[in-house]
Design a protein around this ligand. Structure first.
Ligand code: UDP
Ligand code: MG
Length: 323
């Protein structure tokens, strides 16, 4: 009896890892993923909870998740009323997570589950607050996509004080303390690569080679990625606005030099002012620049507008989880 009680006590003392898994049209992958994770959980000395977020899937993802939840009480599902995007999915999972350690993973097994062991070891034994995964190769990805991705990271790291690591996945294990810091960032336009960087803490990066999806297709089109990149810049840098002011000052200076030249030419050398082509091109150039930067300011204004509305980031339609 005593022994049993002791065992029970030990069991209760096990720490909990929450795994947040956003899913959008993933009927082909959910079961494969869970099988892998179930296997892994048996090898680890931690309790686990799986928070699957169904991000408005149009296929059978929700049915499969409900089925899993019935069979295994570690499985929680949160189902959105429509597709809100992966960022919203991660946030929902984080808000519902109860774990001492929290991670988010793709359901397509592109994030190697095995490394979870190493991640938790690094946090527990070496005192890191978070351990992330970084892709050092982009095999299996269209070369043009990789090229733009690299350019993007170079650009944003120049433009923003927050460090964004090239190839960093969302897959990372973190402590409760770090997660609470992330949750305290209440912005509507969430860009987690920036948010993770913003909260700081001590992060260890594990490097790995890109792994292709087990099944299904990527949800990212080139256009979607481009928009995501712009969002990242607007959310974590105001450099484009500074560029606007800088160019404004520069153009004023040039204009001033022009004026002086013209005045001198007319008064001293009495030569007539000529060249409407030059004039026309200058007017178009400046007009174009003005429109461009009105656009840039518009981007920031639009984000501010959306922030002030304080709309919910996601809407839950169905769940078996509690906050
Ligand atoms: N995902 C999501 N909502 C979306 C798009 C994607 O929850 O609107 C999920 C998707 O199911 C997957 C993860 O986010 O678990 C990463 O998506 P994907 O594999 O398409 O991205 P990639 O790995 O190609 O960057
Ligand atoms: Mg993927």
């Amino acid at each position: 009896m005593e022994v049993k009680k002791e065992k029970e006590k030990n069991k209760k003392k096990r720490e909990l890892i929450s795994i947040v898994v956003p899913c959008y049209n993933e009927e082909e992958t959910v079961n494969i993923y869970f099988k892998e994770m179930d296997k892994l959980s048996k090898e680890m000395d931690y309790d686990m909870e799986f928070i699957f977020v169904n991000d408005g899937s149009k296929d059978k993802t929700l049915e499969i998740l409900k089925d899993l939840a019935k069979k295994d009480d570690r499985v929680k599902y949160i189902s959105f009323s429509r597709n809100f995007g992966k960022e919203a999915g991660m946030l929902a999972g984080f808000e519902y997570a109860k774990g001492d350690y929290i991670t988010t993973m793709d359901v397509d097994l592109q994030d190697p589950p095995e490394t979870l062991k190493e991640m938790i070891r690094l946090i527990k034994e070496e005192g890191y607050d978070s351990v992330g995964m970084r892709r050092v190769s982009r095999e299996g990805e269209p070369p043009i996509r990789s090229f733009f991705a690299r350019c993007f990271y170079k650009l944003i790291n120049k433009m923003s004080a927050i460090e964004m690591v090239d190839g960093a996945r969302d897959y990372r294990l973190m402590t409760r303390q770090m997660l609470d810091a992330i949750l305290s960032m209440k912005e509507y336009n969430r860009y987690s690569k920036g948010i993770f960087g913003y909260v700081g803490f001590n992060t260890k990066w594990l490097e790995y080679k890109n792994i292709e999806r087990v099944a299904g297709e990527t949800k990212w089109s080139f256009w979607k990625l481009f928009k995501y990149a712009i969002e990242g810049i607007v959310a974590f840098s105001t450099v484009p606005l500074v560029v606007a002011s800088f160019l404004g000052v520069l153009l004023c200076l040039i204009a001033f030099i022009f004026i002086v030249t013209i005045v001198v030419k007319t008064l001293i050398f009495a030569s007539p002012v000529s060249g409407w082509v030059t004039l026309a091109s200058i007017v178009t150039l400046i007009g174009g620049l003005q429109l461009l930067f009105i656009g840039v300011i518009g981007e920031y204004l639009a984000k501010t507008y959306l922030e002030t509305k304080k709309r919910p980031i996601y809407i839950v339609k169905d769940t078996n989880a509690t906050k």
